[in-house]
Design a protein around this ligand. Structure first.
Ligand code: PEP
Ligand code: MN
Length: 351
């Protein structure tokens, strides 16, 4: 961990927002003034203006003393427990880029594929189907976190090899779950994006390792995590240098037993308010039943999600995991068609 990252974990932080026309000299002057107070500046690139995060004990400093400097628009105290993940620190929406797609404003990104890598044939069939429908990011688990040790645990390293081949031969981008810090290097070599599953959202040693990865991370919400706990988990990734983080709401545990989990779409607006990170929803794990997936996929788009994750399998009735919640190809086509009808009026292009 760098010293800057350590400082950002303190509760005191402030943000200086420069005017959009501020000059490089004015920015430099503010950086010097921050250092003169014995504090650490963190320049934060933005689309239209520079912002500068400040860590260290800012408690004794009057924000007005910074607001008096030339080129400064405002100085704001960062009140949330997470800092780099907060919108206070980074007012613009973050765009997370992948080889053929992205997550962020203006797009609604579909991540689809089987729960598990089962064999090479079904992975290639699914990839080719998805590419033919314009989907550029496939999901499939090689390492599976199963409730029962007797359930299919995934093809593990052999599964990674299949994923690496499908990427190279078809050009589809791939996200897969990394279950263990010891597997990260092997998983990084095989795919384009690393998934942290719900059961690992607070596996801090895994998060610290992924913070040093050059690949983007898809961070699923823990099944009983609050908004603050989830964003603090994201903060672990950001604090040690990985700013490419996408959040994924996948349902939480409640008293309800009519679905596998309770897909908490009500967390999307507050996440968008308090954080700049993209957020997607996973109606497959969120409901556990394929019949309920289409309605919740549309609801996720309407609620402001930046995308969805859908489990899709060529023959769901034969799936080795999560068949009941997996769509077949025709079912996927129906969801895509209805999403297309509402995406554009809501200002989102389907990716
Ligand atoms: C998955 O995406 O296959 C998975 C295991 O999801 P979660 O961690 O949300 O249960
Ligand atoms: Mn699954």
């Amino acid at each position: 961990m760098t010293r800057n990252a350590a400082a950002l974990r303190n509760d005191q932080a402030m943000l200086i927002v420069m005017k959009s026309q501020a000059s490089a000299d004015q920015v430099e002057h503010v950086l010097r003034a921050i250092r003169d107070h014995g504090l650490t500046p963190h320049p934060l690139p933005g689309a239209t203006r520079t912002a500068i995060g400040i860590t260290g004990n800012t408690g004794a400093i009057d924000p007005a003393s910074f607001e008096a400097l030339p080129g400064v628009m405002e100085a704001i105290r960062v009140t949330r427990p997470y800092k780099l993940a907060s919108r206070e620190m980074h007012p613009d929406d973050t765009v997370v880029s992948l080889p053929h797609t992205r997550f962020g404003p203006g797009t609604f990104t579909i991540v689809a594929g089987p729960c598990s890598v089962e064999n090479e044939e079904m992975i290639f069939r699914t990839a080719e189907f998805l590419l033919s429908r314009g989907v550029r990011l496939m999901r499939a688990g090689a390492f599976k976190p199963r409730t029962s040790p007797y359930s299919f645990q995934g093809l593990e390293f052999e599964g990674l090899e299949i994923l690496a081949r499908v990427r190279h031969k078809t050009g589809i981008a791939v996200v897969t779950e990394v279950l263990d810090a010891a597997h990260v290097t092997a998983v990084e070599a095989a795919v384009d994006m690393l998934q942290v599953g719900a059961r690992n959202m607070q596996n801090f040693s895994l998060l610290k390792r992924l913070a040093r990865s050059s690949l983007p991370v898809l961070l699923k919400r823990g099944m009983s995590a609050t908004l603050d706990e989830w964003l603090m988990a994201a903060e672990y990734l950001l604090a040690d240098g990985n700013r490419q983080v996408v959040l994924c709401e996948r349902g939480v545990r409640t008293f309800a037993d009519h679905t596998r989990n309770t897909l908490d779409l009500s967390i999307i607006p507050p996440v968008r308010r308090y954080s700049h990170l993209p957020i997607i929803a996973d109606p497959s794990h969120g409901t556990g039943m394929r019949d309920y997936v289409p309605a919740m996929a549309l609801a996720a788009l309407a609620a402001g999600a930046d995308g969805i994750m859908l489990e899709v399998h060529p023959e769901p009735e034969k799936a080795l995991s999560d068949g009941a919640q997996s769509l077949d190809f025709a079912g996927f086509d129906r969801v895509l068609e209805s999403l297309r009808k509402i995406a554009e009026p809501l200002g989102r292009a389907i990716h």
